[in-house]
Write a protein of this length. Sequence first.
Length: 90
Amino acid sequence: MKITNIYYPKNFQEQFKKLAEELKLLTVKKIEIFKENPLHPSLRLHMLKGKLINLWSVSITNKHRLIFKRQKNGDIILISVGKHDIYKYL
């Protein structure tokens, strides 16, 4: 998986601001790991299924996920960040 750019839409930024400071730091760290090595085992990267079939997920913690959409040109659009139940709201 090649990453060219990562985009942080307003909706994602609003969700990020609501996270606890420790979780914000961990999310930033995971995004940096993702930029350098999207297949790093700690990310537990996987494609979602069902109605979310065009989205991907990265684990921030056991309970928190980062959801994104991958474009054909390698751009990444961050969609959502939060507890595992964020899947329900997509």
